[in-house]
Ligand binder design. Structure first.
Ligand SMILES: O=C(O)/C=C/C(=O)CC(=O)CC(=O)O
Ligand SMILES: [Ca+2]
Ligand SMILES: [Mg+2]
Length: 414
């Protein structure tokens, strides 16, 4: 039998207990919980009926059971990890492979940071007001592509597409030369709602299972040319990365705060009594250097308002729906969650591992992590979403060296 020792100050103490899907050299995918530096196989460590729910390659079966069950199982897991566990159910984190934690149903990405929306408005539409008139009346979002949501560790191939700078006479096709990140939090729907019904902001905790860190990779050149008037499409659909550990909503109780004052007052369907602003701190690492620390606490729209908004027309919600918060950007320059903002459209390079950088180069590695206050005074961690950028598919070395904006080859960390 094993007793798990949790190092003091661990971001994965008993207050957190995030769920993830893992495999080992010997066994297939199943659900585990992270405690300190260990992963506990819940399909082996618990007894039935709970154990059977975790002998699955995704969290969807468990998530679909609903909040009473989530609360009950969390209590069982809390007790489990405080006692002796069968040796064959405990693994060192370095000995397991993490996989996509959920089967993603629909994916919708919002635009909830006033700082980010204002900055992007200035950069994409310098001749208009930074915020469109709708922005403070509804959480603006776009439908993303659920089949290209990938787990941390999956390499990202530079996308190709059409792009046309305002000064170009005609569009050209080729690898994006303005590949960017967006640091976000993703909220996962556990229990959906049937078509024809809707979810109120105060019903959020009945439906939302938990949260992950999310990177909404964005090809700014493709996006800027294609997005009028229907919004982002191929500039973002090539990949979205999420962290492997799903932090249960219950673990975020101590992080709950009011959203900033919403003026004008939103329409009644977007109002609730419950606080769903969240005090989560993100950190963006570029080739090993921290370049930004976006604060979630300033996000204008809450995830509860986002879920209410996407169902208010009677659209169904499903187990496994993923809701991106939108890029998290604070008011300070070093709190901006996308490089287009951080480098002001490439005009103000940042120093990354000793080099002046604007957008992503092949071989670059990005990690976005997040932490939040835990229920008993410490902090809890989301872990990280990490990925490396690979050259565009089929791109030859010759064509690549001719590509605008490419001065040198990179080999990951300096
Ligand atoms: O303002 C625009 O035209 C574009 C905005 C974005 O690309 C941001 C987006 O994906 C939403 C977000 O992450 O906040
Ligand atoms: Ca986004
Ligand atoms: Mg994306």
């Amino acid at each position: 039998m094993t007793v798990i020792s949790i190092p003091a100050g661990s971001l994965f103490g008993v207050d957190n207990l995030p769920y993830g899907v893992f495999s080992t050299a010997d066994t297939g995918r199943r659900v585990g919980v992270r405690v300190g530096g260990s992963v506990v196989d819940l399909s082996k460590a618990l007894s039935d009926p709970a154990a059977a729910l975790f002998a699955h390659p995704t969290l969807n079966a468990f998530m679909a059971q609903g909040r009473d069950r989530w609360v009950e199982v969390r209590a069982q897991v809390t007790e489990l990890v405080s006692g002796e566990i069968a040796d064959e159910a405990v693994f060192a984190i370095d000995d397991v492979t993490m996989h996509m934690p959920i089967a993603v149903a629909d994916y919708v990405d919002f635009y909830a940071s006033e700082n980010h929306a204002t900055n992007l408005g200035k950069l994409f539409r310098p001749d208009s007001a930074a915020l469109f008139p709708n922005w403070k009346h509804l959480p603006v979002g776009y439908h993303g592509r659920s089949s290209t949501v990938v787990v941390s560790g999956t390499d990202i191939v530079r996308p190709c597409g059409q792009r046309k700078a305002p000064t170009d006479g005609a569009p050209t096709f080729g690898p994006s030369v303005r590949l960017d990140i967006e640091a976000e939090i993703g909220f996962i729907v556990g229990v959906g709602s049937p078509m024809g019904s809707s979810i109120t902001p105060d019903q959020f905790a009945e439906h939302c299972f938990g949260a992950v860190v999310l990177n909404d990779w964005s090809a700014r050149d493709i996006q800027a040319w294609e997005y009028v008037p229907l919004g982002p499409n191929l500039g973002k659909s090539f990949a979205t990365s999420i962290s492997p550990w799903v932090v249960p909503l219950q673990a975020l109780e101590a992080a709950r705060i009011d959203t900033p004052v919403q003026d004008p007052t939103p329409l009644p369907y977007l109002r609730g009594e419950e606080k769903w602003g969240l005090e989560i701190d993100l950190a963006v690492e570029w080739n090993g250097d921290y370049v930004s620390r976006p604060p979630y606490r300033q996000m204008y729209w809450s995830p509860a308002q986002m879920l209410a908004h996407i169902t208010v027309n009677g659209a169904a919600a499903s187990t496994g729906d993923l809701i991106g918060s939108g890029t998290v950007s604070g008011p300070e320059k070093d709190q901006r969650g996308a490089f287009i903002e951080l480098t002001w459209n490439g005009t103000e390079p940042v120093t990354v591992a000793g080099e002046q950088r604007t957008f992503l180069e092949d071989g670059d590695e990005i990690s976005i992590s997040a932490t939040a206050p835990g229920p008993s005074g410490g902090r809890i961690g989301f872990g990280e979403v990490r990925a490396r950028v690979l050259p565009a598919a089929g791109e030859t070395r010759q064509a690549k060296s001719n590509r605008p904006g490419v001065q040198r080859r990179r080999h990951g960390r300096a």
